[in-house]
Design a protein around this ligand. Structure first.
Ligand code: PLP
Length: 442
């Protein structure tokens, strides 16, 4: 049984996180309940920042908040001195509600609307990561109409796809994001922005994938972008101040995952940047990164209550819990694997192989196809590990299930930071059928 962060087994034989008994949390707040180990979040954030400091590189570590967006997590990110990566007006609005320092907000997205870009200008955010030619024209139009300055990064696709243990260099990349580095689009985007009276090109951005467990892909990405930086210096007399290498650092969902530590990823990036800039006599740019999953993924644990069970002899046993694909779509969406424990029976042998099924009306709503837990009975509390990233942020009201509550725990203290949805919340946007027809006639 692998425990994460501050998880432990307490003297009642229960799973504890941050010194708090998870069974007590389930009793107090109900289930499904997502519990975040905030100590683990802070530890990771500090590890990323410290390694850059040790390498003597100016850096920004931006929390990629699509992984889990809420006012409270933005407040923790602010306390840790992180920057923030948002991808929509909604995430930006959440950041504003958290009073996140605007100059540390970076705005991503492949189809930002006019009003979203105006919102970014209203809030005077740190930078917009421009993604396509339409966006360039909108950013210029808004800047000119307001006489307002804006910093931008140009998102490029370096032709590297990295996932888990492999990466491939594809030359030209088939991606909906960014400007291709090899076919001239990135150069054209640069020309359209460089020398604009209100726009400052800070540098380049790329994001090469997710759940990456080795450093080679980041090294090749950095080398590819630095080559382009050098060509822009030599041909356009432009010095790139920022090199943003995105997120994608892997975490351990199951025993087959072997992530590196934050420092191993960062050291590789720092080495490439320091050695190439030295060789080509280029001023060392700031390195920005955007970890999402590696800050919140294994910091999150979802607690469920066991309801019905169904034993099909010689086939499998289903253990159904009170959540499912509505609070964690990842297993159904792309076969994501998780592990679980019986939080109220931690000291009992976890000897029963079962399928943990959700309660949604879909046969495919299985949270874990093969879990090994203590023999389950109604009322048991099942804890699914590593659910902190892309679960609540991708949650839905499928089958009109209310979204779970979220609690932060740290140093023996707990705090409810997202309340559980109620049935009233679920119908709050519904309007009853009106008897009035078009034209006002009943
Ligand atoms: N940055 C960008 C541009 C992304 O698209 C993503 C994820 O999709 C991230 C950062 C965060 O990735 P991860 O959560 O794998 O660290």
């Amino acid at each position: 049984m692998h425990l994460y962060g501050t998880q432990s087994i307490n003297d009642r034989g229960h799973l504890a996180i941050g010194g708090i008994d998870t069974v007590d949390l389930a009793n107090t707040y109900g289930t499904p309940l997502i519990v975040y180990d905030i100590h683990l979040f802070r530890e990771r954030a500090r590890a990323f920042k410290k390694t850059f400091q040790a390498a003597g590189i100016n850096a920004q570590v931006a929390y990629a908040s699509k992984a889990f967006s809420s006012i409270a997590i933005y407040e923790v990110a602010k306390q840790e001195g992180l920057s923030l990566d948002v991808v929509s007006g909604g995430e930006l609005y959440t950041a504003v509600q958290a009073d996140f320092p605007r100059e540390k907000i970076h705005f991503h997205g492949n189809n930002k609307s006019y009003s979203e870009i105006e919102f970014a200008f209203d809030e005077k955010i740190g930078c917009i990561v421009v993604d396509n030619f339409l966006e360039i024209s909108i950013v210029k139009e808004i800047a000119e109409s307001r006489n307002q300055e804006m910093d931008v990064l140009i998102r490029v696709t370096p032709g590297i796809e990295a996932h888990t243990h492999d990466y491939i260099t594809t030359g030209q990349e088939d991606s909906k994001f960014g400007f291709d580095l090899k076919n001239g689009q990135a150069d054209e985007a640069f020309r359209q922005l460089y020398n604009h009276p209100f726009i400052t090109v800070l540098g380049m951005h790329c994001h090469i994938g997710s759940q990456i467990f080795e450093t080679d892909a980041f090294r090749v990405a950095a080398e590819t972008l630095i080559e382009k930086m050098i060509s822009w210096r030599d041909n356009e007399n432009f010095i790139c101040r920022v090199l943003n290498l995105g997120g994608g650092f892997g975490i351990r969902y199951t025993e087959i995952d072997n992530p590196l530590s934050p420092s191993e990823y960062v050291e590789e990036m720092a080495n490439v940047v320091l050695s190439m800039t030295r060789t080509f006599n280029y001023p060392i740019p700031e390195i920005w990164i955007e970890p999402g999953r590696s800050l919140v993924g294994d910091a999150g644990t979802t607690l469920y209550t066991v309801g019905s069970t169904k034993d099909i002899p010689e086939v499998r046993k289903y253990v159904a819990v009170d959540g499912g694909m509505s609070d964690n779509i990842r297993p159904a969406l792309y076969g994501a694997k998780y592990t679980a424990v019986s939080a109220n029976r931690m000291t009992e042998p976890h000897s029963e192989k079962v399928t943990i099924a959700g309660k949604c009306c879909e046969s495919g709503d299985k949270l874990i196809e093969e879990a090994t837990i203590a023999p389950a009975i109604e009322g048991d509390i099942i804890a699914t590990f590593c659910t902190g990233a892309y679960s609540y942020s991708m949650s839905s009201n499928y089958n009109r299930l209310p979204r779970p509550a979220i609690v932060f725990v740290e140093n023996g203290e707990e705090q409810l930071v997202v309340r559980r949805e109620t049935y009233e919340d679920i119908v709050r946007l519904d309007l009853p059928l009106q008897k009035v027809k078009r034209g006002g006639k009943v």
